[in-house]
Design a protein around this ligand. Structure first.
Ligand code: NAD
Ligand code: ZN
Length: 347
C-alpha cells in the first residue's frame, strides 16, 4: 500500500477543514520533498477556513486542497535536475511559484509574475507531514535559526518588502494595522534605523504587541484622531507609512498623516472598494507603492541578514505554539484577534 501522511484539507465548500490521511507525494523533476517541521497560520488560511467569497472563487475549483504555506522543514529527497538543494538541507520556502517567461519575470520583477501560483492556494500546501515544492523556491536557512522563526519568514518577508520600498533610516514611520505582519514591520523599521516608529491599531492586545516590537507610540484610532495625534507627535507628519491593515479608514489616515514628498507602502489587502481623495495624494507629491509578496530574492537576503546579525527579533510576535491537530484552536484565536502569529509544530 502507498505511504500516507496527515494533512489539513479543504474537503468541501463552506466553513471548516478536515485533518485526514492522504498519499505521501514524490518529487518530480526540479522538485524537492520536504518534511515539514513547523508551519504557521496565515490570514489566507483563516479566509479559506471561513470560506469568504475570495476563497470560494479561488479554492472552490481545487477541492480537495491541502492548505497552508508558511513553513520550514528538512529536505528528504530531490527530483532529477536538482543541484542547489540536497537531502538534509534546512529550508523555508518562497510561496510564489513564478513562470520565468512573462514580461515582469523577464524584467526581474518575479514578485509580480503574471502567472504566479501560490503554495496552499493554487497547489497543495504545507499543513501536512511532507510537501513537494519546486526546488528553486527553497531558501536554505542557517542551522541555528529557530524553526518557528524560519517558518514565519514568508510573512516576515512581506514586512521586509514593505519596509524596504524606500530607505527608512532616520525617518519617522507610521505602521497602520498591527496584525502579525504589521508587528513584524515595526521590528524591521527599527532594525533599518527608523528614527521613530508609530503604530496605529484598534485592538488593545495587538497594541501591546506593537510596543513589544519597539514602537515609540501606540495609537488606538478608534479612541483618538490618528492625524491629530501624529501631528502633535511630529509637528508635520511622518515620512513614511507602512499600511498593513487593508482598512479604507487606515488608507485615508495614511495619506493624511504622511508629509508632502513622503511615501506610503501598501501591503494590506482590501475586501471592498475604497474612495480616496487622490488630489491630496497628488498635491502632496506622495509616492504610493503596492507591495506584492517578496522580491526574489532581494527581500529574502535582507531578511536573512537582519535575522543573522541579531538586528531583528520577531519572537514577541510568535505568541502561540500548538500541534497540527489543534489547527482549529489557532483559527479561533485569530477570530478573536487574541494572538500574534500562531505556530504549528508538525514534526
Ligand atoms: P491581520 O488581519 O492579522 O491584521 C490586520 C490588523 O489591522 C488587525 O489587527 C486589525 O485590527 C487592524 N486594523 C483594522 N482596521 C484598522 C484601522 N482603521 N487602523 C489601524 N489598524 C486597523 O493581517 P496580517 O496577517 O498581519 O496581514 C496584514 C495585511 O496584509 C492583511 O490585509 C493581509 O491581507 C495583507 N497581506 C498582503 C500580502 C501581499 O502580498 N500584499 C501578503 C500577505 C498579507
Ligand atoms: Zn512570470
Amino acid at each position: 500500500m502507498a505511504e500516507t501522511m496527515r494533512a489539513i484539507v479543504k474537503t468541501a465548500p463552506g466553513r471548516g477543514v478536515e485533518l485526514i490521511e492522504v498519499p505521501k507525494p514524490d518529487p518530480g523533476p526540479g522538485e524537492a520533498l520536504v518534511r515539514v517541521v513547523v508551519a504557521s497560520i496565515c490570514g489566507t488560511d483563516h479566509h479559506i477556513y471561513h470560506w469568504n467569497s475570495w476563497a470560494e472563487r479561488r479554492i472552490g475549483p481545487r477541492i480537495p486542497q491541502i492548505i497552508g504555506h508558511e513553513f520550514c522543514g528538512i529536505v528528504e529527497g530531490v527530483g532529477s535536475g536538482v543541484t542547489r538543494i540536497s537531502e538534509g538541507d534546512y529550508v523555508s520556502a518562497e510561496t510564489h511559484i513564478v513562470c520565468h517567461s512573462c514580461t515582469p519575470c523577464r524584467r526581474n520583477q518575479h514578485h509580480v509574475c503574471i502567472n504566479t501560483k501560490i503554495l496552499g492556494v493554487d497547489v497543495d500546501g504545507a499543513f501536512t507531514d511532507y510537501i513537494v515544492v519546486p526546488a528553486e523556491n527553497l531558501w536554505i536557512n542557517p542551522p541555528d535559526l529557530p524553526s518557528a522563526v524560519a517558518a514565519a519568514q514568508e510573512p516576515l518577508g512581506n514586512a521586509v518588502h514593505t519596509a524596504t520600498a524606500e530607505p527608512l533610516a532616520g525617518k519617522r514611520v507610521l505602521v497602520t494595522g498591527v496584525g502579525p505582519i504589521g508587528a513584524f514591520s515595526i521590528g524591521v523599521a527599527r532594525a533599518l534605523g527608523a528614527a521613530a516608529v508609530y503604530a496605529s491599531e484598534p485592538n488593545p492586545y495587538r497594541l501591546s504587541l506593537a510596543a513589544a516590537m519597539g514602537a515609540d507610540h501606540t495609537i488606538n484610532p478608534t479612541e483618538v484622531s490618528l492625524r491629530e495625534t501624529i501631528m502633535e507627535l511630529t509637528g508635520e507628519g511622518v515620512d513614511a507609512v507602512l499600511e498593513m491593515s487593508g482598512s479604507p479608514l487606515a488608507i485615508r489616515d495614511a495619506i493624511s498623516c504622511v508629509i508632502p514628498g513622503g511615501h506610503v507602502a501598501q501591503l494590506g489587502l482590501l475586501s471592498e472598494e475604497v474612495s480616496l481623495d487622490l488630489n491630496e495624494l497628488i498635491f502632496k507629491g506622495i509616492r504610493y507603492y503596492g507591495v506584492a509578496g517578496r522580491r526574489m530574492w532581494e527581500t529574502w537576503e535582507t531578511m536573512s541578514e537582519l535575522l543573522s546579525a541579531g538586528a531583528l527579533d520577531i519572537t514577541p510576535v510568535l505568541t502561540h505554539t500548538m500541534d497540527l491537530e489543534s489547527f482549529e484552536e489557532g483559527i479561533r484565536l485569530m477570530d478573536e484577534g487574541a494572538c500574534g502569529k500562531v505556530v504549528l509544530t508538525v514534526s
